[in-house]
Ligand binder design. Structure first.
Ligand SMILES: *[C@@H]1O[C@H](CO)[C@@H](O)[C@H](O)[C@H]1NC(C)=O
Length: 396
C-alpha cells in the first residue's frame, strides 16, 4: 500500500511538472493557414480604390512537400498587399519574444519583401497599409544585387530603427523559416532555418539609445606621446666618403677609335658608364622604436547623453500581425506563423512544419525545373522541324 501510494505520488509530481512546463510557454498567435484562416485575417482595403490591391491565393504553391499544407501567396504582379490578424494584446516586458514564419519566393524574386510586422494599440485593420505604425518589422528583403538582407526594424517612440548588422537572407525559390528572438536581457538572435545567423545586444546593434560610452572629447594626446613604431637606427652611421662616390665613371674599356680625327671630330672623351660602387643616396636603417607607446586613443567615458532604458527591448502593446508588401512579381508564400515566448517551442514548430517537408519540396522544385527545361527543349526541336519542313517545301 505504501509503495503504491509512493508511486502514485511520483506520477502526480510528474504530471504537475509536465503541466508547469506546459503553462510556462505562451503561444500568443499561431497560424498554419488551415481551413478557417479567413475568419482570423482581415484583408485591408488599402490601395483598392486605385485598383492596386493584390489578391492572396490560399495554396501550397507550385512546388511543396505536402499539397494539403497551404499558406497564403501573393498572386498578382505590380500590386500592394496588406492583410492582418488580431490576437490578445500582450507586452513582451520581462519575457522572451519569438516571432517566426515560413516564406517561399516561388517567383525568383528580384525586388520585393517577405517580411511581417507586429503592431500594437488600436489598428483599423481595414485601413492597414504602408503608413500604419508598427512595433517590429522582420523578414527577408531582396532588391537587385545590392539588397539581400533580413530586415529587423524596432520602433521606439515613433522612430524606426534599422538593425546595423548586415544579415544576408536566402534568395532561392524554396521555403525558409525566419525567426527573431528578443530576450529580456536586451539581447536578440536572428535564425534562418533554425540556425543562428546573428546575435548580440540591442544596445549595440541598433541606434535606439545613444551609446553608453563615448571617447572623452576633452582628452588630448600628450605632447610626449611616442607613436612612432620605427625610428632611424642610431648605430647606423654613414660611411666616410659615401657621398663622394660618383654615380657614373668613365668606361675603362673605351678606346679612342683609330679613325678619330681630333681636328674634325673634336677632342675625344671616353663615354661614361654607371658606377658599380654607387649605391644610391645613403639611408639610415630603421629599427623598432623601444619607446613606442602605440597609437594614441582617447579614453572612453560615460556618455552624459545616455539615459538607460532597461526596457529597450520591450513593447507595451503587441496586438496584431500584419503582412504589408509591394510586389513587382508575385509569388511570395507565407505560412506557419508563430508568436510565442518560448524559443525551444518555436524550434520544434519549425522542425514539425518546414523541416518535415523541405526534402520533398526540394524534390518537387527540381522536378518542376526539369520539366520546364524539357518543355523548352521540345519547343526548340519543334521549331527546328518546322524550319526544315518550310525549307524543303520552298525547294520543291
Ligand atoms: C493559386 O495557386 C495555384 C498553385 O500555384 C495556381 O494553380 C492557381 O492558378 C492560383 N490561383 C490564382 C487565382 O492565382
Amino acid at each position: 500500500m505504501a509503495i503504491r501510494r509512493g508511486s502514485s505520488c511520483a506520477v502526480l509530481a510528474l504530471l504537475a511538472l509536465a503541466s508547469v512546463a506546459a503553462v510556462s510557454a505562451d503561444v500568443f498567435f499561431q497560424e498554419k493557414f488551415e481551413d478557417g484562416w479567413e475568419s482570423r485575417w482581415v484583408k485591408s482595403e488599402w490601395k483598392k480604390d486605385e485598383n492596386m490591391a493584390g489578391e492572396w491565393n490560399h495554396t501550397s504553391g507550385k512546388w511543396h512537400g505536402d499539397a494539403e499544407d497551404k499558406g497564403i501567396q501573393t498572386s498578382e504582379d505590380y500590386r500592394f498587399y496588406a492583410i492582418s490578424a488580431e490576437y490578445p494584446e500582450f507586452s513582451n516586458k520581462d519575457k522572451t519574444l519569438v516571432l517566426q514564419f515560413t516564406v517561399k519566393h516561388e517567383q525568383k524574386l528580384d525586388c520585393g519583401g517577405g517580411y511581417v510586422k507586429l503592431l500594437g494599440g488600436d489598428v483599423d485593420q481595414k485601413k492597414f497599409g504602408g503608413d500604419t505604425p508598427y512595433s517590429i518589422m522582420f523578414g527577408p528583403d531582396i532588391c537587385g544585387y545590392s539588397t539581400k538582407k533580413v530586415h529587423t526594424i524596432l520602433t521606439k517612440d515613433g522612430k524606426n530603427h534599422l538593425i546595423k548588422k548586415d544579415v544576408p537572407c536566402e534568395t532561392d525559390q524554396l521555403s525558409h523559416v525566419y525567426t527573431l528572438i528578443i530576450r529580456p536581457d536586451a539581447t536578440y538572435s536572428i535564425l534562418i532555418d533554425n540556425e543562428e545567423k546573428q546575435t548580440g545586444s540591442i544596445y549595440e546593434h541598433w541606434d535606439i539609445l545613444p551609446p553608453k560610452e563615448i571617447k572623452d572629447p576633452e582628452a588630448k594626446k600628450p605632447e610626449d606621446w611616442d607613436d612612432k613604431e620605427y625610428i632611424p637606427d642610431p648605430e647606423d652611421v654613414k660611411p666616410e666618403g659615401y657621398d663622394d662616390i660618383p654615380k657614373e665613371v668613365t668606361d675603362p674599356d673605351a678606346k679612342k677609335p683609330e679613325d678619330w680625327d681630333d681636328e674634325e671630330d673634336g677632342e675625344w672623351t671616353a663615354p661614361t658608364i654607371p658606377n658599380p660602387e654607387y649605391k644610391g643616396p645613403w639611408k639610415q636603417k630603421k629599427i623598432k622604436n623601444p619607446n613606442y607607446q602605440g597609437k594614441w586613443k582617447a579614453p572612453m567615458i560615460a556618455n552624459p547623453d545616455f539615459k538607460d532604458d532597461p526596457y529597450i527591448y520591450a513593447f507595451n502593446s503587441l496586438k496584431y500581425i500584419g503582412i504589408e508588401l509591394w510586389q513587382v512579381k508575385s509569388g511570395t508564400l507565407f505560412d506557419n506563423i508563430l508568436i510565442t515566448d518560448d524559443a525551444a517551442l518555436a524550434k520544434t514548430f519549425a522542425e514539425e512544419t518546414w523541416a518535415k517537408h523541405k526534402e520533398a519540396e526540394k524534390a518537387a522544385f527540381d522536378a518542376a525545373e526539369k520539366k520546364k527545361e524539357e518543355e523548352v527543349n521540345s519547343l526548340a526541336v519543334l521549331m527546328f522541324a518546322w524550319l526544315i519542313a518550310a525549307w524543303v517545301s520552298a525547294k520543291v
